[in-house]
Design a binder for this molecule. Sequence first.
Ligand code: GLC
Length: 528
Amino acid sequence: MSSSDSQWWRDAVIYQVYPRSYADSDGDGVGDIPGIRARLAHLSALGVDAIWMSPWYPSPMADAGYDVADFRDIDPVFGSLAEAEALIEEAHAAGIRMIVDIVPNHISSEHPWFKAALADPEAKERDYFWFRPGRGDDGERMPTDWRGEFGGTTWTRTPDGSWYLHLFTPEQPDLNWDHPDVRAEFESILRFWFDRGVDGIRIDSAALLLKDPELPEVLEDSPHPFHDLDGVHDVYRSWRRIADSYGGDRALIGEVWMPEVERFANYLRPDELHAAFNFDFLGCAWDPRLMRDCVDRTLHAHAAVGAPATWVLSNHDVTRHVTRYGREDTTFSFDNNLDGTPVDLELGTRRARAAALLSLSLPGATYIYQGEELGLWENENIPPEEYQDPMWGRRGHSRDGCRVPLPWTGDEAPFGFTTATPWLPQPAEWKDRTAQAQTGDPSSMLELYRSAIALRRAEPGLHRGEMAWLDLTPSVLAFCRGQDFACVVNMSGAPVALPAHQSTLLASSPLDGDRLPPDTAVWLRMRT
Ligand code: GLC
């Protein structure tokens, strides 16, 4: 493995593969495992330490695979279990670790458990879910007025008149984590994948599992009935014991959306998860004061529990950051996507380049969402009738624009992704952003990422040295790593003088003599 340290998750570069959109090998327009295997060399050349694979299990794809019908197999659209095992082996041979995605909050309505529960109200599987009578004399009113995570309601009525809970779509019934069979099943699923050699588990919607059985409404001054209930920590303590039983180099990485940092850090206590995604950083505006506060908050919260921070700019749920950073409002929220605001892609790209150097030199692990190394932007021009995301229609937001298949080669769509029509349309302008077009071009995003990751590996002090802020001007974010290195990001609108340094290791855009142009980052060697 590339990281000699057994606690590899502490400072790994982790690349998210969204299998539907990485590479298609069989000409059905949807990416698959043989496609990933055929293009594994791209990830070796990029230099990543690990792959996080978004769900690849059998699924009716009501939520692009986050509606799992069988956690111990692979959906035929992606390939077979044997191919998944071959990919794990090949990735390991290339020095790349593998993380699989487990979705414990809900399963697919096509999962045998839910089918059994629907078929017979007396079935034992009924208690694996949240079936409840409705309110009112005729039970016509749903048991609560909870609002769904995708917007809309959270209960669906069954033919026998009862209702079942789903925080996401009706095709994703929530599991009852108070039931020991549910706990035992997921513990067995973890072992299934650890036995196949995977190095980590990404835990979907990790804070939602437990629900208050009294089903109170969501009220401002009362404990939340389904978000971050204390009992959820017992689940992760037992998962941690399982991970540790494999020798201590298997990591649990949680998707925890949580505004309160202390509550967030609870998930990262020494006997719980190893790491969690930093959505605070992802959502932060391109603003030096806000970014600096965010970095401080993050490092402080993680230090308190001894966990490594993570730096995430994009993923399969959010507007790509080239687009976010090219708008007037540079924050991420589910409500500001597709709102028609103009995007300056040149500015967004420039800032994304600077953000790459920033996120690769802060203390902790860095996540790269596939395509960000190619500088892809959100495709905001998908005809709405082609949207596949279930969020569209419920919340007026579609995540499809960040899930568009990767451009690999050639001058026109489908850019080597497939021989058929890709499942989502690619912008014609991506001809300049293919991996082929960028390879060997020192000014490209791809070569910037390759150089930065290679430097990070060659100079461990760049991301392991003690971090301390350098106070330049308020609109510049600057910090040193140990005595030897510094990262400076100019977020002001004007060039700034660089601090005294020995040499420039890498710049996100050309320097202006000894001055750092706006929206540019640089890695400096401070002394020999
Ligand atoms: C997570 C996933 C997202 C999915 C949701 C429901 O937030 O990242 O893609 O829709 O959970 O499983």
